[in-house]
Design a protein around this ligand. Structure first.
Ligand SMILES: Nc1nc2c(c(=O)[nH]1)N[C@H]1C(S)=C(S)[C@@H](COP(=O)(O)O)O[C@H]1N2
Ligand SMILES: [Mo]
Length: 249
């Protein structure tokens, strides 16, 4: 019988550590230990942040009297101007990539899908916030209609505008895509979404910073990897200014 004493435990602990260190440089075991540590870290992170938690919602009295527009205020291309001139009656949202049923949806289609309205706070990294009301179909409903393939990991939002560094785009993972507050807003503050704020539809991904909320969405592409998109970092600002791809708040 082994008597378990505090001293024995400490020795065993130290021995274990030494063995662990010895193996880190020389065998698979060290890598296994590191991978296990990383897995523990990841699950802790999940518990702490709970990616499915709702962003705070506000009441109508809290709405900002003025909600500024940031970045592109009007894509200004001939193609966009033509769509806007016809109040986006000819606009179609393409949903393609790794889906079983590629879609082409009109604004009327989007308005007939299950809707959500929410009053939330928008936080821009440039240091301003504003509370506004957003309404539109849940992204989850659109994805269910399109049928994501098993290998789809991210959704890429291709926008109508370009800035100096190229076309604006953004991407999110499937946790954010199926989050209950993730919608494609066609209305803002109980009116049709203005051009300055992303008409005809813009993404609202309420657990993320402002630059993730793609305006002027023309196409949603389901992909397995972000490698071939833009310069590969998952978004316009990620590519040109090293903004974090995961901008959770
Ligand atoms: N297509 C597109 N989406 C965009 C931008 C942009 O320039 N183009 N700017 C982003 C940034 S940095 C912010 S803070 C918000 C601003 O949204 P708003 O103009 O409705 O305030 O849109 C984001 N989405
Ligand atoms: Mo922003």
């Amino acid at each position: 019988m082994t008597l378990i004493t505090r001293r024995n435990l400490i020795v065993a602990g130290a021995g274990g550590l030494l063995v662990g260190c010895d193996r880190v440089g020389s065998s698979e075991t060290g890598r296994d230990i590191l991978f296990k540590a990383e897995a523990v870290h990841r699950s802790l992170q999940r518990v702490i942040t709970n990616r499915n938690a709702l962003a705070r919602e506000f009441s109508p009295e809290d709405m900002s009297p003025r909600f500024r527009s940031n970045g592109t205020r009007n894509p200004g291309t001939p193609a966009y101007q033509a769509l806007a001139a016809n109040r986006f009656a000819d606009w179609r949202l393409r949903v393609d990539g790794l889906v079983t049923r590629p879609l082409s949806l009109s604004l009327a289609d989007l308005r007939s899908m299950p809707q959500r309205a929410q009053i939330t706070r928008h936080d821009c990294v440039e240091g301003w916030s504003a509370i506004g009301k957003w309404q539109g179909p849940k992204l989850s409903g659109i994805l269910d209609a399109a049928g994501l393939r098993d290998n789809a990991r991210y959704l890429v939002f291709h926008c109508a505008d370009s800035l100096r560094g190229g076309a604006y785009y953004e991407s999110i993972d499937l946790i954010d895509a199926f989050h209950p507050q993730t919608i494609l807003a066609w209305a803002m503050n109980d009116a049709i979404l203005p051009i300055a704020h992303g008409a005809p539809v813009r993404l609202r991904v309420e657990r993320q910073l402002g630059y993730k909320h793609a305006k002027y969405v023309m196409r949603i592409e389901a992909v397995a990897s972000l490698d071939g998109i833009g310069r590969g970092k998952g978004g316009y600002w990620e590519d040109v200014a090293d903004y974090e791809w995961y901008a959770g708040i």
